[in-house]
Structures are given as structure tokens and as C-alpha cells.
Design a protein around this ligand. Structure first.
Ligand SMILES: NC(=O)c1ccc[n+]([C@@H]2O[C@H](COP(=O)([O-])OP(=O)(O)OC[C@H]3O[C@@H](n4cnc5c(N)ncnc54)[C@H](O)[C@@H]3O)[C@@H](O)[C@H]2O)c1
Length: 347
């Protein structure tokens, strides 16, 4: 059995703990939750040792892997400590909110030869998997550009993520997914970025965060892609997020739209789109993060390489960091050019 410990038992950590319970080759051996009331509240649902401090958990439990699901800006210490103790790592995105920290994290992982998966879960998200298959089959030819829109309702920065104002942004929370998807679909290398953003609505509520950020990614082959994200959609939207991507190729186009999840509900509580990408079937959850966890367990069992690894996480953070730098400087910012994924069209 692959013995796993989860660090940070919030929304994502408990989802991963539940998914471990659905994997026949893995077991939840322990968890760490810093907040005393949360740790006490969840302890009945997860009857394994619960720690306040991840170092004590890693030192005491003989873990094969940890899942780091702490807030965006608190991934570094747990990742480096686990790597130094030869424990494999599944780390939430963004890998870090600091390009410098990311370098230290990737170096520790490489030095200690542990495996690391950064949670770019769209590699296991059904519409994205189908789009990738279409691209690789040659259905739309060479990709000219990708335009991504990924927005959340205002509930996310104001209520769901109380830590957002301490060290995250709509850019750090949402862009890693879109930057990664663009790299994964195109296999192209980002050379520079330009970004603009608006602070108005959240600022009026006393929250010093961008409402929206728009960015252009410039690739080394002279083509471009765009990403636009907002954190202020009204809470009356039918789904908490709104994700649309258009992929324009020389021979065709692909469109992803996960807003309508194929099931719509209207009742006294209002109108909503029921989240279906992830519904449990035969007791097994079917969402991207669930399939990602099973992939990670298999990579540990079979000692197979991980594509969305610490290098992908490092380059992703360097790009998102440059986007934030451009927001402040108002200039095009260069990115250290490095290939992340290889795409084989017509394989
Ligand atoms: N891959 C995705 O699609 C996706 C989706 C949502 C969130 N996330 C990422 O997952 C991470 C967690 O997000 P969340 O929504 O679960 O947040 P959350 O606030 O629900 O959970 C975070 C938990 O970590 C705990 N914590 C903080 N510091 C800790 C420490 N040092 N040791 C142990 N526990 C600690 C907090 O008390 C909290 O319970 C973030 O980086 C977020 O961006 C990823």
C-alpha cells in the first residue's frame, strides 16, 4: 500500500483524503491541519493520526507521499521538508507564488530524487483530455492561438478563500491552470508576457485585490495566446466558475465550455448548473482531481515518470510571476524560455 499524508485539510485536502479512500493501492495514514477547530471537526471522518505540524507527521509516520493542500503561498516549507525526508509529493497549484521559492523547491526534489506532481488537474479533466486527443490526431492542424476565459464568482475571494487577500490573487489562483493548459495543448515555449488588470469592485469592499486580469503570452515561434480571469462574477451565476477556451488551428478550431455541465436545476433555491464533471459513480468520484490522484498513486507503484512535475510547476510559476510583474510595470516582461511539454501532432 502507498501510505499517504495530507497537509492542509480544507476543501482540497479533504477531497484528496476521500479520493485516497477510493484507491485500492493507497491508504490515508495521517493528516496535518494547522487550525485546531478544523482538525477537531474533521477527526471523526478521518480516523487516523491528525497533526498540527507537518514536520512531526513526516518524522513519525512512515509515509510514501504527502499531498500539500495549504493556501497558495504556503507550499514551500512542506514541499522542501518532504523532499529532504525522501517523501514523494503531490503539490497543489500554484507550485509557489514566488519564482525564487519554486527554484528551491524544484532543486530539493531533484537532489533527493523524489517524485512530484503539481496539481494541473486539467490533464485528467474530460473535455481537456478530448481536446488534447483531437489536437494530437491532427484534427485542427498546427495551433495558431488559444483564448482562455476562467472566472469565479465573488464568493471565491470574499468568502471561500479567506487567505486570498494575504498572498494570492485571481492571477495566482486561476492563471496556473490556463498557462498550463496552453503549454500542454501547444507544446510551445513562452518568451514574454504582457498584462493589464483592474482594481475597483473588490477595492470598494476594502479588499486590495485585482477584480480582473488579462494577459497575452508571446511564444518563441511568433504566435500568441490570451488569458482573461475575473474574480467578481455575481453570486447568482449558475455555477461558481465559468470556463471557456477556444483553440484556433490552421485547419480547424476546438471550443471547451464547462459552464453548462449538462444538468440544469431550477427550484425554490434559484437556478443553477449542477456540477457533473466529478459525480461519484459506483462510489468512485470521476473528476479531474480524482483521476489525477489515481495517476499519482500509479506513478509511485510503477515508478513511472510524471509529466506535470516540479519542472512544469517551476516554469508555470515563472510565467505567472512575469504576468504579475507586467501588471505592475506596465511593460512586456521576458520569461526564461524553456519547453514544458512535447506535443506530437498526427501521432
Ligand atoms: N487544482 C485545483 O483545481 C484547485 C482548486 C482549488 C484550490 N486549489 C489549491 O489548493 C490549495 C488549498 O486550497 P483550498 O481551497 O483547499 O483552501 P482551504 O482554505 O479550504 O484549505 C487550506 C487548509 O490548509 C490549512 N493550513 C494552512 N497552513 C497550514 C499548515 N502550515 N499546515 C497544515 N495545514 C495548514 C488551513 O487551516 C486550511 O484548512 C491552494 O493552493 C489552492 O489554490 C487547487
Amino acid at each position: 500500500m502507498i501510505k499517504m499524508g495530507v497537509i492542509g485539510m480544507g476543501i482540497r485536502g479533504t477531497m484528496f483524503a476521500d479520493t485516497i479512500g477510493q484507491n485500492q493501492y493507497a491508504e490515508l495514514a495521517a493528516f496535518t491541519e494547522y487550525d485546531d477547530s478544523t482538525r477537531e471537526r474533521i477527526s471523526a471522518a478521518y480516523p487516523v493520526p491528525g497533526y498540527k505540524d507537518f514536520k512531526t507527521m513526516i518524522d513519525r509516520e512512515k509515509l510514501d507521499a504527502v499531498i500539500v493542500a495549504t493556501p497558495d503561498f504556503l507550499h514551500r516549507d512542506a514541499v522542501i521538508y518532504a523532499a529532504e525526508k525522501n517523501v514523494n509529493i503531490l503539490c497543489e497549484k500554484p507550485f509557489s507564488t514566488s519564482a525564487e521559492e519554486c527554484g528551491e523547491m524544484a532543486a530539493a526534489i531533484k537532489k533527493n530524487k523524489v517524485k512530484c506532481l503539481v496539481a494541473f488537474e486539467n490533464h485528467w479533466n474530460l473535455p481537456f483530455v478530448s481536446a488534447k486527443n483531437e489536437i494530437e490526431s491532427g484534427a485542427i492542424g498546427d495551433i495558431l492561438n488559444i483564448n482562455c476565459h476562467l472566472n469565479d464568482t465573488i464568493f471565491v475571494p470574499t468568502e471561500l478563500l479567506p487567505w486570498a487577500r494575504k498572498g494570492s490573487s485571481v492571477g495566482w489562483f486561476l492563471f496556473p491552470h490556463m498557462v498550463d493548459a496552453i503549454s500542454w495543448f501547444t507544446g510551445k515555449t513562452v518568451e514574454s508576457v504582457y498584462a493589464v488588470g483592474t482594481k475597483k469592485k473588490l477595492l470598494s469592499m476594502g479588499i486590495n485585490l485585482y477584480d480582473t486580469i488579462q494577459t497575452v503570452l508571446n511564444f518563441t515561434d511568433g504566435t500568441h495566446s490570451t488569458i482573461s480571469s475575473s474574480w467578481v462574477l455575481p453570486n447568482s451565476m449558475p455555477l461558481i466558475y465559468d470556463l471557456k477556451i477556444e483553440i484556433i488551428g490552421e485547419e480547424g478550431a476546438l471550443y471547451i465550455d464547462t459552464n453548462n455541465q449538462m444538468l440544469r436545476k431550477g427550484n425554490a433555491g434559484g437556478y443553477s448548473h449542477v456540477h457533473t464533471l466529478g459525480t461519484a459513480v459506483n462510489g468512485l468520484s470521476t473528476g479531474g482531481p480524482n483521476f489525477m490522484l489515481h495517476y499519482f498513486v500509479d506513478a509511485l507503484r510503477n515508478n513511472t515518470p510524471i509529466e506535470a512535475n516540479e519542472r512544469a510547476g517551476l516554469i508555470n510559476t515563472q510565467i505567472v510571476y512575469a504576468i504579475h510583474k507586467s501588471l505592475e510595470s506596465g511593460r512586456i516582461e521576458q520569461v526564461q524560455s524553456e519547453l514544458v511539454y512535447t506535443v506530437k501532432i498526427g501521432k
